[in-house]
Design a protein around this ligand. Structure first.
Ligand SMILES: Nc1nc2c(ncn2[C@@H]2O[C@H](COP(=O)(O)OP(=O)(O)O)[C@@H](O)[C@H]2O)c(=O)[nH]1
Ligand SMILES: [Mg+2]
Length: 380
């Protein structure tokens, strides 16, 4: 406990002063914290007194985390995890972010890096002994590269972090008047989309964030897909096509024969209540937005499909940036495996190491840093 005074000696507060000596502090620098009484006037008076000291200024958003990163206390993946942790809104988002913030991915990358360094050293050594004429590359080196590449591949096959962070993108598409907007309203339980019997009503996309049995979902209504010369509608249709391509899950309210190619789609047989629509073909999900029949079943199907593209709870999942770099490393290893020239193999291994350096933030990441630390709030 210490008495805080300003430069003129005026007492400001009695406060708890905590001292953290570098390099063991969270930023790696010498630091201290003042735990003042919480009133706004007290905090302002202390901040004013601090501001009057030459060389002191308020921290930029994310500056503490940035310094921790720059001083090597955390790597880039941990900083990314921390940013996600601060933004986490659901339990599953919090657990996933924490796994990365606590170094789950950093440790994995360190293991890969260590193995790569070893492989690179063996390749470099082989160069020194290589004869003029082609000599076969050591099969055990090839095997080790293959093992590492297979491991990276299996990581790339795992669910990514984006669907958990931003919600699983479920896009409802089909011909005009199929009942797309009505279906979204029935699912959302409220009138979010405009429904009419005039084909071509929905021209712009409507996005409804929902929680499907605890899974964050972004349900998107789209313009009906048809040929049109009307400008606004045709822009809407173009957007609908883009949405379908970008969808995690596609709900198709049209003929199964016209289903756009998509890895995860459900053919929905709408207006199940109407005469002539009572006997749906096999393999489709019948629903009626009017009576509500089949809506619960469709929601269950959507939840199951969503579950499959979400990371397991608390597991370390790669984001787009990280997956891109793991992919690069994997590609470099694949190139190395195909090559019979030890010099080229060594070069590919060097490329893989660079990809990992960018993954942890050791190299070439200035643009990423500004974008990342800009996401933090003041005082973090
Ligand atoms: N009977 C019946 N009519 C429906 C159903 N769903 C939609 N409709 C009607 O079909 C028309 C087109 O619906 P809408 O949702 O605007 O279709 P969209 O163009 O695909 O968005 C409207 O008149 C709706 O009232 C349904 O399940 N049963
Ligand atoms: Mg519509």
């Amino acid at each position: 406990m210490r008495t805080l005074r300003d430069a003129s000696g005026q007492v400001l507060d009695d406060a708890l002063v905590l001292r953290f000596d570098g390099p063991a502090s969270s930023t790696g620098e010498d630091a201290f914290e003042l735990h003042c009484h919480g009133g706004r006037a007290v905090v302002e008076a202390v901040l004013d007194a601090l501001g009057a000291i030459e060389g002191l200024r308020p921290a930029e958003p994310g500056e503490f985390t940035r310094r921790a990163f720059e001083n090597g206390r955390i790597d880039l993946t941990e900083a990314e995890g921390l940013a996600d942790l601060i933004e986490a809104e659901t339990e599953s988002q919090r657990k996933a972010a924490l796994a990365v913030a606590e170094g789950g991915l950093r440790k994995q990358i360190e293991d890969w890096q260590a193995r790569l360094v070893e492989l690179a050293a063996r390749a470099e050594a082989a160069i020194d002994y290589a004869e003029e004429d082609e000599t076969a590359v050591d099969p055990s080196l090839m095997q080790a590269m293959e093992g590492l590449r297979a491991e990276l591949s299996s990581w790339l096959d795992r669910p990514r972090s984006e669907p958990l962070k931003d919600g699983v993108r479920i896009v409802v598409a089909g011909p005009p008047n199929a009942g797309k907007s009505s279906l979204i309203n029935a699912i959302a339980g409220q009138d979010k989309a405009i429904v009419t019997d005039v084909p071509g009503t929905t021209r712009d996309q409507i996005e409804v964030p929902l929680s499907l049995s605890g899974i964050p979902v972004l349900l998107t209504d789209t313009a009906g897909l048809r040929e049109t010369t009307e400008l606004v509608e045709s822009i809407g249709i173009e957007r609908a096509r883009c949405s379908v391509a970008a969808a995690d899950i596609l709900l198709w309210l049209g003929d199964a024969n016209d289903l756009p190619s998509h890895p995860r789609s459900v053919v929905v047989h709408s207006k199940f209540d109407l005469p002539g629509r009572e006997s749906p073909p096999d393999g489709v999900v019948p629903v009626s937005a009017v009576t509500g029949a089949g809506i619960g079943n469709l929601m269950k199907t959507m939840a199951n499909l969503s579950q499959a593209i979400l990371p397991t709870e608390g597991a370390v999942a790669l984001n787009r940036r990280q997956a891109g770099l793991v992919e690069e490393a994997q590609q470099a290893l694949a190139d190395a495996e195909r090559s019979t020239d030890i010099v080229l193999i060594a070069e590919s291994l060097r490329l893989a190491r660079t990809a990992f350096d960018r993954l942890t933030g050791k190299a070439g990441v200035e643009d990423v840093l500004d974008a990342l630390f800009g996401r933090f709030c003041l005082g973090k």
